[in-house]
Design a binder for this molecule. Structure first.
Ligand code: NAD
Length: 330
């Protein structure tokens, strides 16, 4: 089979080449996204894999793909919003995504951030940079096995997070409206308020929905322990950023580890000039008890390999007329 793969990143190439060799397929790698200018490159190929945030284009692209005999589009991402599903349906094009590629990648970043904050690494660096190597009482840390971790959203990533904290000896409380027996060995399920009030580390892993937006705001910061750390690896909109800044300034919580911010799309994953960086971010980044990373928790070798392999296996399955469990319902 001949596959064309759009928007290929350097880091993906070894995995694509290994997959092609192992499965005996021919692959063409293109560094550009699929759009009106590049759609012609798909002529003569059996299947297509993409990875882009920009929309493919208008209905004509889907008609052109169908006219070339393309029966599927497989995106190496979770989101499918760059694809017009109505146009796919109209042209009998099956769409697949990669809904789960490595929950552990995000879970480990959350735990790493919590440990960095807990052990006061930024404070030590700052003081040592100024020649201060003293042991001072205000730098005494806690050990994870003595702490209570609160997980909000016990799905793939929250579940992996709970397992890591449990393995480190912590007591793990969790709130999720849906009970999952798989996580029973690692957590004590309880209600949202109990988790927020009891946690020394409160870690968020829910999708952003109308029901979860601003789930952590001024009232929740007031409920949290003063020594608690908030970890948000999910979506910025779950936390009210200005209330978070107030809570940090008023010492209502001890610190925060954030891989996402509500207004991140204007600057995360981009090179921007200092005047384009939001004031909220600047305030947070200047606090030694806050760690911000640019929505990068997912970026591990395992994730890249899985995104490539799952997507390309789905191309083959759909082209061969089989079903993939990653097909998007249209
Ligand atoms: P998932 O669907 O497996 O789990 C989400 C869980 O949240 C589900 O169990 C669901 O029942 C629960 N939930 C829904 N509403 C809730 C509520 N009001 N209160 C508590 N729990 C609620 O999803 P996942 O794969 O674990 O991903 C979780 C989130 O992580 C994603 O939605 C995404 O926003 C984020 N994410 C971040 C990165 C990153 O790089 N930082 C990467 C991938 C995903």
């Amino acid at each position: 089979m001949k596959l064309i793969i759009y928007s290929v990143r350097e880091a993906e190439k070894p995995y694509i080449n290994a997959w092609a060799k192992e499965n005996g397929h021919e692959v063409e790698m293109v560094d550009k996204p699929l759009n009106a200018k590049t759609v012609k490159l798909a002529q003569g190929y059996d299947g297509v894999s993409i990875q882009q945030t920009a929309k493919l284009g208008d209905a004509k692209i889907y008609e052109e793909l169908a006219a070339m005999g393309i029966k599927q589009l497989s995106t190496r991402t979770v989101g499918v919003d760059m694809i017009n599903l109505d146009d796919c349906k109209a042209n009998d094009i099956v769409v697949t995504n990669v809904p789960v590629y490595s929950p552990r990648a995000i879970a480990e970043m959350g735990v790493t951030q919590a440990m960095y904050l807990l052990r006061r690494i930024a404070d030590f660096r700052e003081r040592m940079a100024h020649g201060d190597f003293r042991w001072s009482d205000d730098l005494i840390s806690n050990e994870i096995y003595n702490l209570t971790v609160g997980v909000i959203g016990l799905g793939n990533i929250g579940g992996a997070t709970a397992q890591i904290y449990k393995a480190l000896g912590a007591r793990v409380l969790a709130y999720d409206p849906f009970y999952n027996v798989e996580y029973e060995p690692y957590v004590e399920y309880t209600d949202f308020e109990t988790v927020v009030k009891s946690a020394d580390i409160l870690t968020l892993h829910t999708p952003l929905l109308p029901s979860t937006e601003n789930m952590i705001a001024a009232p929740q910061f007031k409920m949290m322990k003063n020594n608690a750390y908030l970890i948000n690896m999910a979506r910025g909109g779950l936390v009210n950023t200005s209330d978070l800044i107030d809570a940090l300034e008023n010492h209502e919580i001890a610190g925060a580890g954030l891989d996402t911010l509500a207004d991140e799309t204007t600057f995360f994953s981009k090179q921007v000039s200092p005047d384009k960086i939001p004031a909220d971010y600047k305030k947070l980044a200047a606090m030694p008890n806050v760690l911000v990373t640019p929505h990068i928790a997912f970026l591990t070798q395992t994730s890249i390999r899985n995104m490539v392999e799952i997507s390309l296996n789905d191309v083959v399955a759909v082209v061969e007329g089989k079903h993939s469990r990653n097909e998007i319902r249209m």
